[in-house]
Design a binder for this molecule. Structure first.
Ligand SMILES: [Zn+2]
Length: 385
């Protein structure tokens, strides 16, 4: 039985918007799952003990919008190991929004199914650096039938990449496919805003309302945002999950954050990068989203973290994203970066600084002991084996 205890935690962030902070200083992970949350006595008799040295423990971050291809390589930016770099930014899970950058991507039903299945199984069988990449997001192309969704579902595929990336873009063509997808247990993403890459389409509030996806992707633009009145319509006329991405429009992100907070609907907000993309690869993008929302967006830092963890897990049905008994042991230890005006990780976010990541744990295994990408944390964690 493998066990890991993280003790002497100064601040514990739950990932649950209903109760963003936990009154505890120790978490015990057994066989990959969170087994207990409480005081330092939990760490007795544990094989591996991490002394957090007063720093902040939060759930592993979930990037809700990634465009991977196969393995840890992106043809869009001709870059290796971008997933590993994101792990060093505290990301332990990623949701594919479609493998649209696959060179020579097929555009007929048999081809898009083959690509979705290949990416799904490849990422499931070989997690890059341990990161849980949920790949194989089917891109909708004309000619797909309900039987195609049933067939992919039987192989475990459960994501439809951004509606609008493929040849099915008109709401009247997409809506029946989205119904089939839902019938077979898929979660459906939908591109909104201006055209992102040549060949994809412009999507408005009326389109979103007609198609009824699960997630309104990059409501703040990917990278071009819909107009402010369209943002308001999507937020007020639907109850869909909405996404803010790093590779988007920051003015639009502020409008979204303000509206959701005014309406008491922060539970609908999830955070992604929308990378790799034309904008690039941003390994610290989810942390940057958190700092942006916490400093100028008026969102409490622990609540912003819940948007990037527990909210996303709920929207996609993942068993991670919260510090809760029974969930996957996916955790991040962080502190204010050296020199920050903030006294701890949450305080640093409030000042707009990126926290220093001290440690990243996936399924109870330490994957990063000192991030190579964030600034150094003020307090260092130590491991006793
Ligand atoms: Zn998009």
């Amino acid at each position: 039985m493998s066990t890991l205890a993280i003790t002497n935690v100064g601040t514990m962030v739950s990932g649950d918007l209903a109760r963003p902070r936990l009154d505890a200083d120790t978490v015990l992970v057994t066989d990959g799952r969170i087994a207990a949350i409480g005081g330092s006595e939990l760490a007795q008799d544990t094989r591996v003990v991490v002394d957090a040295n007063g720093s902040t423990l939060l759930p592993g971050l979930i990037d809700s919008h990634v465009h991977p291809v196969i393995g840890d390589f992106t043809p869009r930016q001709r870059m290796l190991d971008f997933i590993d770099s994101c792990l060093h930014g505290g990301v332990t899970s990623m949701i594919s929004a479609g493998e649209a950058h696959f060179p020579g991507r097929p555009k007929h039903p048999a081809g898009v199914k083959a690509l979705a299945l290949l990416a799904h199984e490849s990422f499931k069988n070989a997690r890059p650096s341990g990161v849980k990449v949920h790949g194989g997001a089917l891109i909708l192309e004309p000619g797909l039938t309900e039987a195609d969704f049933a067939e992919l579902a039987a192989f475990g595929c459960w994501l439809v990449g951004e509606v609008g990336l493929g040849g099915v873009s008109k709401p009247e063509d997409a809506a029946p496919m989205v119904k089939w997808a839902h019938r077979h247990g898929f979660k459906v993403l939908m591109h909104t805003g201006g055209t992102s890459i040549p060949g994809s389409s412009t999507v408005s509030a009326a389109d979103v309302t007609a198609v009824k996806p699960d997630v309104v992707c990059h409501l703040n633009g990917g990278p071009t945002a819909v107009a402010p009145d369209e943002i308001e319509r999507i937020i007020t006329e639907t109850n869909l999950a909405v996404e803010i991405v790093q590779c988007g429009n920051f003015q639009a992100a502020l409008i979204i954050a303000r509206l959701l907070q005014e309406r008491g609907e922060l539970g609908r907000l999830i955070l992604g990068n929308d990378a790799p993309s034309g904008t690039g690869v941003i390994p610290l993008g989810i942390l940057r989203n958190l700092a942006f929302l916490s400093s100028v967006g008026g969102v409490e830092p622990a609540e912003a973290i819940a948007c990037a963890t527990g909210n996303t897990a709920r929207v996609f049905g993942l068993d991670t994203g919260m510090i809760e008994v029974g969930r996957a042991g996916d955790l991040v230890l962080a502190d204010a970066p050296l020199g920050s005006a903030g006294a701890n990780a949450l305080d640093a976010l409030r000042y707009g600084d990126l926290p220093g990541v001290a440690m990243v744990v996936i399924d109870g295994h330490i994957k990063v002991d000192g991030s190579r990408n964030t600034p150094p944390p003020t307090r260092k964690a130590s491991v006793r084996v």
